[in-house]
Design a protein around this ligand. Structure first.
Ligand SMILES: [Mg+2]
Ligand SMILES: [Zn+2]
Length: 193
């Protein structure tokens, strides 16, 4: 069984442009590159977990989204980072419509990725910029980090609900590796993996 870093896309890996699938507007945050390179080197699978309700709303198609994903893959590949998987929820975020089990804060996509990619969820981390990412990670049994780039979630009522409480909060990816390394040494009895 492998360990993984599950990553939200918009607002975490790339600048959040709502419902964007235009490759020209996909801009990675530069601090992700050294962090992801090192995590990959340390044996973590890197898996994107993304809500894409723009498909249900017919703002774009799955094919449009695939073009955007391949741009993201290419930008990462240029930095010697290979994504092991991209999982997304294409369903609606409108509460009145039928609910799926894969839209974050629900953990469906993490379970699917874990089963297909042979990932041990307990050894894995979910990283995102909003508390719905955290909740999905917690529900799946992962450790969680809120990368609070926008600071917009700090005032959110969710933070007082234990289901949405991150294990750690960081401003960006710069200290991510150090945190995960320290935490893992703690869990694994100082055995460095
Ligand atoms: Mg996000
Ligand atoms: Zn879904």
């Amino acid at each position: 069984m492998d360990k993984a870093i599950f990553l939200d896309k918009d607002g975490t890996l790339i600048k959040d442009v709502p419902y964007n699938v235009d490759p020209a507007r996909i801009k990675c945050y530069p601090d992700i590159f050294p962090a992801l390179r090192l995590l990959q080197k340390r044996g973590y699978k890197l898996v994107v977990i993304s809500n894409q309700s723009g498909i249900a709303k017919r703002y774009f198609t799955a094919a449009d989204l695939e073009i955007a994903f391949s741009e993201l893959r290419d930008q990462l590949k240029t930095e010697h980072i290979i994504l092991d998987g991209i999982y997304y929820c294409p369903h609606s975020d409108i509460p009145a419509e039928a609910q799926c089990n894969c839209r974050k804060p629900l953990p469906g996509l993490l379970y699917k990725a874990a089963s297909e990619l042979h990932i041990d969820l307990k050894k894995s981390w979910m990283i995102g910029d909003i508390l719905n990412d955290v909740a999905a990670g917690r529900a799946a049994g992962c450790q969680t980090i809120l990368v609070d780039r926008s600071k917009r979630e700090r005032l959110d009522d969710q933070i007082s609900n234990p289901k949405f409480t991150p294990d750690f909060v960081l401003d960006d990816f710069l200290e991510l590796n150090q945190l995960i390394a320290l935490k893992n040494r703690h869990y694994e009895g100082y055995e460095i993996k």
